[in-house]
Design a binder for this molecule. Sequence first.
Ligand SMILES: O=c1[nH]c(=O)c2[nH]c(=O)[nH]c2[nH]1
Length: 301
Amino acid sequence: MAIKLGPNEYGKAQVHLVRVYRDTDRHEIRDFTVSTSLRGDFSDAHIDGDQAAVLPTDTQKNTVFAFAKEKGIESPEQFALELADHFLEAAPVADGARIEIEETNWNRITVDGKGHDHSFVQSGGGNRTTVVNVDGRGADRKAHVVSGLNDLVVLKSTGSEFHGFLKDKYTTLAEADDRILATSLIVRWRYEGTDVDWNKTFDAAKATLLQRFAEIHSKALQQSLYGMGETLLEQHPEIAEFKFSAPNKHHFLVDLSPFGVENPNEVFYAADRPFGLIEGTVIRDDSSDPGNAWHSVPGFC
Ligand SMILES: O=c1[nH]c(=O)c2[nH]c(=O)[nH]c2[nH]1
């Protein structure tokens, strides 16, 4: 029986970096949680404990902080691409690098109707994410960028139905022609290339997804999600595919009849579990080969 080392990678997880731009009195901040990972033939480290080819995870962490000053931060995607290329130069044994970034949202605190210069409030979910995978160097280099949003919580108080579904002897769900539709969206989209205005495209994509969630008269969460992805791909030729993972946050109408009180779709019990989980992909039929784009993208590998 032979035992060998299978696929492996290593890096620093969740380096929490806050960069303050203080060139003027009106400060800007970026709050990134950055995870780095290198893959390649690191068998000597695993089998013999030989660290000669290992760029320490501590060095990877230091590089994240140093690059925040040396290179600056325009977007999570630009920052991740620069880190990935750097690590492939710094660690010759590596043949691929993966950088994941989640950005925490900070908004200016409003004082006297204006956004304060240097005081901020966290705005909760809907964090921007990117996962960059770079394979190879020079002419062989292939860069893949998958961006998206975590935990974007949305709700429609009407404009949602669910009926006509398959029934068997265990079905108790009532048909609904007017229900609450709510979810906490995790979405990712894969870019075709890297010649992209990252911030502009992200802002437009988020706005499109929210607008379509609001506009689509939903016959199921699946139909809303497909419609959101379809519009995203129609409006953005630079995006190859869209993936979603969406818990159906069920809202059950409370029966107030024991108290002699009517409940015409006004009082709901918001259950936290179990929840339906709707996942899928919307993709162009001529989209490029994803290569390693989805490598280690949590939930979407
Ligand atoms: O939008 C929905 N999709 C389903 O697949 C489903 N299943 C279910 O019980 N409720 C819902 N709602």
